[in-house]
Write a protein of this length. Structure first.
Length: 96
């Protein structure tokens, strides 16, 4: 009479050892995921700070332009808008 693998009983200490190894692997994978998420968060935070800095700089420039006398203010704002449009178009070309 031949016995199948499923017919053999695994001793409890072996089962516990297997469970322990699985738990160690799960912990290792969780640590790797945590490290990756921290890295992604750091990158996103840095990007956000750069964007806020650029936005505030642009806002300061707009305020300075608007603070000029009317004729100069209009010319300065139009010039800034033209630069922004050119910049956007260049980025669109680079990204396409």
């Amino acid at each position: 009479m031949s016995r199948r693998f499923a017919d053999f009983e695994i001793p409890p200490y072996t089962q516990k050892a297997i469970e322990l190894e699985r738990a160690k692997l799960d912990l290792l994978n969780s640590k790797r995921q945590c490290t990756l998420i921290k890295s992604l968060l750091d990158d996103a935070t840095t990007e956000k700070e750069i964007m806020f800095e650029a936005f505030n700089e642009e806002l300061d420039n707009m305020y300075n332009d608007v603070s000029l006398p009317n004729d100069e203010a209009w010319k300065a704002v139009a010039k800034d808008l033209q630069k922004t449009k050119e910049s956007r178009n260049n980025l669109d070309r680079e990204n396409s």
